[in-house]
Design a protein around this ligand. Structure first.
Ligand code: PXL
Length: 272
């Protein structure tokens, strides 16, 4: 039977992030994708102002309607969620609407560069630990890994620090781990992947100082490649190569997102 992914994250109407990135990338990966918007924002929260309306009232009705119609999914992939209450909805949807061998992929999208995104607090971090606790695969960046494990954040770090983070994540969560933003040498970044048996690294050149929306591009491409049948490590490499192409296709003045649209044909070719 063909696979179906459900992705749960916000719609930032403008700003190349969350659902406006995930849906085209997952579709380009050849997988049928359903969406459950967690919130509607005028644009993402790194802009100087934004509107925000969570869909807390709608989410349980949508879930019930799917249950009545026996609609279920081969994977649930979550990104930015509007608030802590939604984590309970997501856990319930994962329990009720996933097929027996369904995969739970959680990007704990809540922080970067040592700081929580606007609107999130310690209570949200605690709830996110619960969601990561039931996930099969988690994709934290270094800041999120620190928040999930209680290890203080550092903006420059070495391989020992990365190993310490991976080991703390392994102790706390049963999930396989794709840790992003792992640059232990000057001018490089990459990912550390724990696939349940061993940890492998994939390193690539670092371009710029980090762009908005790249976490969503990365997690969406990873999910698309993994559901396409790649191993966790292969999917992590494809997602890294694709994200680098997207950053290279983006002029520095284009600050709020990356021009992933130009690179969708490359993703399609990488998955062939
Ligand atoms: O890219 C992560 C993200 C998604 N959605 C919203 C955000 C952010 C990051 O700031 O604000 C609304």
């Amino acid at each position: 039977m063909d696979k179906k992914i459900l992705t749960i994250q916000d719609i930032s109407c403008f700003g190349q992030c969350s659902l406006t990135v995930a849906l085209p990338i997952l579709s380009a990966s050849g997988i049928e994708t359903a969406v459950l918007p967690s919130a509607v924002l005028s644009n993402h929260t790194a802009f100087s102002e934004f509107t925000f309306c969570d869909l807390n009232d709608q989410m349980p009705s949508i879930r019930n309607s799917w249950e009545n119609q026996k609609i279920s999914f081969s994977a649930v992939y979550t990104g930015y969620l509007g608030n802590a209450k939604q984590i309970d909805f997501v856990k319930d949807i994962m329990q009720s609407r996933l097929d027996a061998a369904g995969v739970k992929i959680v990007d704990p999208a809540m922080a970067d560069l040592g700081k929580l995104y606007t609107g999130f607090d310690e209570a949200y971090v605690e709830k996110m630990k619960e969601l990561c606790g039931i996930a099969d695969i988690i994709l934290p960046n270094i800041t999120e890994a620190c928040l999930l494990t209680g290890i203080p954040y550092k903006d420059s770090f070495d391989k020992d620090f990365v190993e310490k983070l991976i080991s703390a994540l392994k102790d706390r969560f049963k999930a396989k781990i794709v840790l992003t933003g792992v640059g232990v040498k000057n001018g490089t970044t990459g990912v550390a992947v724990f696939d349940g048996a061993c940890t492998q690294y994939y390193e690539h050149t670092k371009i710029g100082l980090g762009s908005h929306g790249t976490g969503d591009v990365y997690a969406s491409a990873f999910t698309g490649a993994f559901m396409h049948g790649k191993t966790i490590f292969e999917a992590a490499k494809i997602a890294a190569d694709f994200t680098v192409l997207c950053i290279k296709a983006t002029e520095p003045e284009h600050w709020y997102g990356v021009r992933f649209e130009k690179c969708l044909p490359d993703l399609y070719n990488m998955l062939k």
